[in-house]
Design a protein around this ligand. Structure first.
Ligand SMILES: [Fe+2]
Ligand SMILES: [Fe+2]
Length: 193
């Protein structure tokens, strides 16, 4: 993978990766007869990640601005951020072990797209690791050194926003590469239903 196509630097998919998107643009995805149970569930997981990212970053912002008390924040935030980070990890593992191999062999043109998406997962993992560090620091500040919340809360927000930005780009591009293939071939034919 070239640097220009890396998740860290690209602003759009390079030419040719989403090779069926013109035939199956986003406007036709919802309600398409070949948008099966797996695809719908998978798209819902992606949207859940986007929603969690926004809500978790917003909560850190509210804590930083003094709009929510630390104990109430802590009670709301900890189970949700743990769920969010854990589910990203699980989601990537399932894609890498089950779905990516099936999709990569479905079409010669898919192979480099899958390689790009696997590279994305490594970048997202690094962003997740960095965000986790800021979240651990915020948790420690709330429990042990409340004076540090003023700096730890914005740092956690920034870590979550950075993760959400990289993950969001990945999710959009992953959908643009994979959903049109599903709509053209169907889930059972691809062996992913
Ligand atoms: Fe992915
Ligand atoms: Fe995904």
């Amino acid at each position: 993978m070239t640097d220009a196509s890396s998740l860290n630097s690209r602003t759009a998919l390079p030419e040719g990766y989403a090779f069926l998107l013109a035939d199956y643009p986003r406007a036709v995805w919802e309600g398409h007869p070949n948008n099966g149970q797996w695809c719908q569930f998978w798209l819902q997981r992606h949207q859940m990640f986007r929603d969690y990212s926004a809500a978790l970053a917003d909560a850190c912002e509210q804590l930083a601005d003094g709009k929510i008390e630390a104990p109430a924040f802590h009670e709301w935030f900890v189970p949700r951020v743990n769920f969010y980070l854990g589910e990203i990890d699980t989601h990537h593992k399932v894609e890498e072990y089950h779905y990516f191999p099936a999709l990569a062999q479905a079409d010669e043109k898919m192979r480099r797209g899958i390689e790009l998406l696997e590279g994305d997962h490594r970048v997202v993992h690094d962003l997740l690791h960095a965000a986790h560090g800021t979240i651990v620091a915020l948790d420690a500040a709330i429990r042990e050194t409340p004076a540090d919340i003023a700096s730890a809360a914005p740092a956690a927000r920034d870590g979550i926003v950075a993760l959400g930005a990289g993950l969001g780009r990945h999710l959009d591009d992953e959908e643009d590469i994979i959903v049109p293939l599903i709509l053209e071939r169907t889930e059972p034919v691809l062996g992913i239903g």
